[in-house]
Design a protein around this ligand. Structure first.
Ligand code: UDP
Length: 349
């Protein structure tokens, strides 16, 4: 018997995580996969490039839903996903991370009694003002399988009474990093294109609503990057949301090496060769560690607390950094295979 998995993705980090799991699904007997793209991220350099570079199966269903407020976007996704689930009748719905696409997929499936597997379950910032936190909490509580990247995530779920179906599988983004790093080192020409040598620059990303939704906050973050850029060039692949916010709020990005968002190979090359990383991204904080690069997180808290306790990361308002040691939470690069094995073991249906 083949179990049918319906994967719902929509945003950049989800394409990267799904690429690793999708590869493992293809290599696991008894599993087949149908991909649904909600359309939350749609620019070619925020979506298509990842499907091409990471060999992700072409979505069978593309919903083309983006823009609007959270309720509007999530509501439209719910309405569009339900008939697809009724038509496809999957054995599992797999969702990733913490976006509106994650929440809509989990809600639509659980209302139809289709078991949900949540990859990157159990992360908490304990800040309910973050839309991502709401999406994670609800998705975790609706899921039949909680696939946790860290033991802290397992503990977070236990504190909320969620213990059945919880597995520490490691971080599928570590799998993704191992998969691309050598290839990126050989094939990406981004450093030459930018006229940069290895270990002479810092890499920054900004996209969180808490940093882009308020002019004073965005100004403070940009000022921090501009101060750093007096020591070495700071490369900033600019998320479309941040570009719009800076333009609308009149925030000057002068002094920074601003570029368009890059594909995953170029990003791996930029990360691998950076001196330091400054980011408000969840994924990029860990990727800095995977590439052995210290990180400063442009937020007041992080879900990836082990990067802080192990000295690879600090919050930008913290002055001290812990002593650096290896983190053994993220697995050995086989997290996606653990996910596939758990899915193939049948689930609760
Ligand atoms: N990323 C990329 N190109 C870029 C910026 C980021 O490929 O120009 C990758 C990055 O390496 C990481 C993922 O996108 O794997 C992170 O996505 P994002 O920061 O949008 O989301 P988050 O991790 O905060 O959910």
């Amino acid at each position: 018997m083949t179990l049918k998995i319906l994967t719902i993705v929509g945003a950049r980090p989800q394409f990267i995580k799904a690429a690793a799991v999708s590869r493992a699904i293809r290599e696991t007997d008894g599993l087949s996969e149908v991909m649904v793209h909600t359309g939350q991220h749609f620019d070619p350099n925020m979506s298509d490039v990842f499907f091409e570079e990471l060999d992700i199966p072409k979505p069978r269903h593309h919903l083309d839903i983006n823009g609007g407020g959270h309720g509007d976007m999530t509501g439209r996704m719910l309405m569009a996903i339900e008939p697809i689930l009724l038509e496809e009748k999957p054995d599992w719905v797999v969702v990733y991370g913490d976006t509106n696409s994650t929440l809509a997929g989990a809600l639509a499936a659980s209302k139809l009694h289709i078991p949900v597997a949540h990859v990157e379950a159990g992360l908490r910032s304990f800040n309910r003002r973050m839309p991502e936190e709401i999406n994670r909490v609800v998705t975790d509580h609706l899921s039949a399988l909680q696939l946790c990247p860290t033991t802290t995530a397992v503990t977070n779920l236990a504190a909320e009474g969620v213990t059945a179906g919880v597995h520490h599988v490691g971080d599928v983004m570590y799998d993704a990093t191992l998969f691309v790093t050598d290839k990126a080192e050989k094939s990406s020409t981004i450093l030459t294109n930018l006229g940069l040598a290895s270990k002479t620059y810092a890499l920054a990303t900004i996209h969180r609503a808490e940093n882009t939704g308020d002019r004073q906050q965005l100004l403070a973050v940009v000022q921090f990057l501009q101060d750093q850029s007096r020591k070495f060039p700071v490369v900033l692949p600019l998320h479309p949301r941040t570009r719009q916010a800076a333009l609308a709020m009149g925030v000057d990005l002068g002094g920074l090496k601003v570029i368009d968002p890059v594909g995953y190979l170029d990003m791996a090359k930029l990360l691998h060769n950076a001196l330091e990383v400054y980011t408000d991204s969840g994924g990029v904080q860990k990727e800095a560690y995977f590439h052995g690069v210290p990180c400063i997180t442009l937020r007041d808290e992080t879900e990836w607390t082990e990067t802080i306790t192990h000295g690879w990361n600090r919050l930008w308002k913290q002055s001290s950094q812990a002593v650096r040691r290896d983190i053994d939470e993220y697995g050995t690069g086989r997290a996606a295979y653990h996910v596939a094995r758990l899915l193939s073991s049948g689930g609760p249906r």
